[in-house]
Design a protein. Sequence first.
Length: 259
Amino acid sequence: MRRLPWMLACLVAAGWPSALPFAWGLESSDRSTIPFHTILELEQTARLLAILLDSGRAVVNDNQTLLDDPTKAHKGFTPEAFEGQLRDMFRGRAGINLDELAGGTLSPRSRHLLQELVTVSKQVIADAQAELNRQGAGFKGFIPAVFGARVSTRFTAVTGVRLKQTALDPRNPANRPDSYERVALEAFADSAYPREKVISEMAANSSSLRLMFPLYATRQCLDCHGGPKGGLDRTGYPREGLTLGQNAGAISVLLPVGK
């Protein structure tokens, strides 16, 4: 995939929540090979996948104190409990009820991939039960980034749609940004950049769409990624010195047109 020029545009497709602006980049030759309504559908699908993955990360984030409680053997954070919180979180953020996908306006591709992402996310929580319910152990290392990485790997293997957590200076070398991701991350790092506005582009041969969804530091994130910068967090890694609400990276989506 070669880089294409991109420009920011605020568009709202029919049936989308009003707060779904996005950016796209497309040369005239690409416009003749793929219908514009298909591009809009791909944009919507990729963005919703990013929101759903980040919603799962947020659920883990909200339950971090419970998960790291050494006094409780059974936390009650079952796949079913997780799914309920995930559906509520996603509905609040995207305005879409995952229980009513069949009767909604989403495309068959969107419905299928969202359902697959819910299934994979529950599987990750199910597989982590022994890890999470280990009594006598405090911090277990099961944090939003770990959850996101496990889900992304499985989802990509099952669907062929690549999800990736990335940042300009990631702790995990596997999350290093490529050239496209780095340009988007540098834009997100500007404090004037509109919050949650995504950046996307089509491949030169129109075979896939790429989308970057910005992430922001929460209070729980600051436990490890806040200040003082350079001080060691509880994992022994130097803190990044982030502040509440500061951009903390992005979710990168690569969605093949045929998926």
